[in-house]
Design a protein around this ligand. Sequence first.
Ligand code: HEC
Length: 136
Amino acid sequence: MRFFVRSMTLAAVGILIVSSVSRSQDQKDDQSETLASNQLLMKDKLVQMNRILEGLTLDDFDKVTKSAKTLQMISKAASWHIVDPSPRYERLSKNFQEQSLDLERHAKDQNIDAAMLDLVRLNVTCAQCHQHMREE
Ligand code: HEC
């Protein structure tokens, strides 16, 4: 049962990752210029999210910890910030940082359930921020 729940959660996370990316790809054309360097960071985020998923699946907590740290660095990089961010963007960006800190802590504690939940929360934040960008 526990394994079943875990696989279902991982499957849901996988779907979230895929859908948040394919949707943000659609509207790439509009806002390009200022976001060019941002895009590289975002692509790397996707790589880190996959590593985290892999780490959680294989109980490789080192991998999860490393990627959580990388996510924190990415979200602190200057180019992560957009021109004239809205208060909501700022808030989502801050949530993202806090969630990746939680993930790092839980991975170090080898608390797989908490870490899994952090991954889901991070995914929701990815999707919320992209949704927010589409609406702006
Ligand atoms: C606080 C806001 C915010 C958060 C959180 C966020 N992103 Fe983004 N993301 C952006 C912005 C801004 C863009 C550029 C506009 C666009 O393409 O939608 C973007 C674009 C992307 C792109 C497309 C890059 C390209 O080549 O066009 C990917 C992939 C991406 N994000 C992945 C992620 C992943 C994975 C997460 C979560 C781990 C995440 N993002 C979280 C703001 C955010």
